[in-house]
Design a binder for this molecule. Structure first.
Ligand SMILES: Nc1nc2[nH]c(SCCc3ccc(S(N)(=O)=O)cc3)nc2c(=O)[nH]1
Length: 264
C-alpha cells in the first residue's frame, strides 16, 4: 500500500507541501514500482497533529483521487470524516482506511450505503492524546479484542465481512514495547479470514532501535515489513524509496536475509 500524504508536515520528506503535480508524479512512480494500492490522506494523524477542517481536507484529496482514479491500481482514502469518505468514494476511491475504525458519527451509516473495501484500525485515544501515557493490561489481547468486536459490530450492521480488513495501528496509542509486542504476536490479532494490514514504515518504533531520523529509516522499514509479513501480515502500508514493500517481495527478501544470516 503506497502512501500519498497531501499534508504540510508530510511525515518524512520534510515540511514541504506535496503540490498537486508532485503528488501525481509520486503516485505514477509508485504504480511503476508495483504498489498494489495507493492510500491518499489529507490530514496528518501523527501524534499531536492538528485537526484539518473538512473543506481543506476535501480540497486536498478530491483532485488527487479524480486524477488517479484511472491510474490502474485501487485507491484508498485515509480519513475518519464521513463527508470525506462519501466524496472520495464518489470520485472513485475503492477503500476507506479509517484510523478511527468507523467510530466517528455518521461513518457507519455511510459505509452501510456503499460497497467499498474497508480497513479498520485500532487506536487508543486520539491523535492529539494517544501518546501521552499508553497503557494496557495485555496489549495483544486488548487490540485483538477491539478488532474482533469491531468486525462483529460491522457485520451486525449489515456490512459484509468480505469488505473488512483490520490493522493494529502501530504508533497509535502504544509505547515502543507495546508496538514490538504487537509485531511479535500479529498472528493473534485478527480472525484467519480477515486480512491484516500493518503500517510501521519509518515510524518511531524503528527510529528508537536504529537511532535515525525518519528520512533514514528505509532499511529498518523493510526489516520491519519482513517481520510483519513472516508473522502473517497480508498488506504492508509503506513505500520505501525505490522499493515498494509488498508481502511477497518482503518474504523473498526475508528468505535472502535468512540465507545471508545463516552464512549460506
Ligand atoms: N491503516 C493504517 N493507516 C495509517 N495511517 C497512518 S498515518 C501515520 C501517522 C503516524 C506517524 C508516525 C507515528 S510514530 N510516532 O509512531 O512514529 C504514528 C502515527 N498510519 C497508519 C497505519 O499504521 N495503518
Amino acid at each position: 500500500m503506497g502512501i500519498l500524504n497531501i499534508t504540510p508536515d508530510s511525515f518524512y520528506d520534510g515540511a514541504h507541501f506535496l503540490t498537486h503535480d508532485a503528488a501525481l508524479k509520486r503516485a505514477m512512480q509508485m504504480v511503476d514500482e508495483g504498489v498494489d494500492l495507493i492510500d491518499i490522506g489529507g490530514e496528518s494523524t501523527r501524534p499531536g497533529a492538528p485537526a484539518v477542517p473538512l473543506n481543506e481536507e476535501l480540497e486536498r484529496v478530491l483532485p488527487i483521487i479524480k486524477a488517479l482514479r484511472d491510474v490502474g491500481v485501487p485507491l484508498s482514502i485515509d480519513t475518519h470524516k464521513p463527508e470525506v469518505m462519501r466524496a472520495a468514494l464518489a470520485e472513485g476511491a475503492d477503500l476507506i482506511n479509517d484510523i478511527w475504525g468507523l467510530r466517528q458519527p455518521g461513518a457507519l451509516e455511510l459505509v452501510q450505503q456503499s460497497a467499498c473495501g474497508l480497513c479498520v484500525m485500532h487506536m487508543s485515544g486520539t491523535p492529539q492524546t494517544m501518546q501521552r501515557a499508553p497503557s494496557y493490561q495485555d496489549v495483544v489481547a486488548e487490540v485483538a479484542a477491539f478488532l474482533h468486536v469491531r468486525i462483529a459490530e460491522l457485520e451486525a450492521a449489515g456490512i459484509a465481512r468480505s469488505r473488512i480488513s483490520v490493522d493494529p495501528g502501530f504508533g497509535f496509542g502504544k509505547t515502543l514495547e507495546h508496538n514490538y509486542t504487537l509485531l511479535a504476536h500479529l498472528a493473534q490479532l485478527a480472525p484467519a479470514d480477515v486480512p491484516l494490514l500493518i503500517g510501521l514504515s519509518r515510524k518511531s518504533m524503528l527510529g528508537a532501535v536504529i537511532d535515525r531520523p525518519a528520512s533514514e529509516r528505509a532499511a529498518a522499514s523493510i526489516a520491519g515489513a519482513i517481520c510483519a509479513a513472516e508473522r502473517g501480515a497480508h498488506g504492508i502500508r509503506g513505500k520505501v524509496g525505490e522499493l515498494p514493500i509488498t508481502p511477497d517481495f518482503v518474504l523473498r527478501l526475508g528468505y535472502v536475509a535468512g540465507k545471508v544470516l545463516a552464512g549460506a
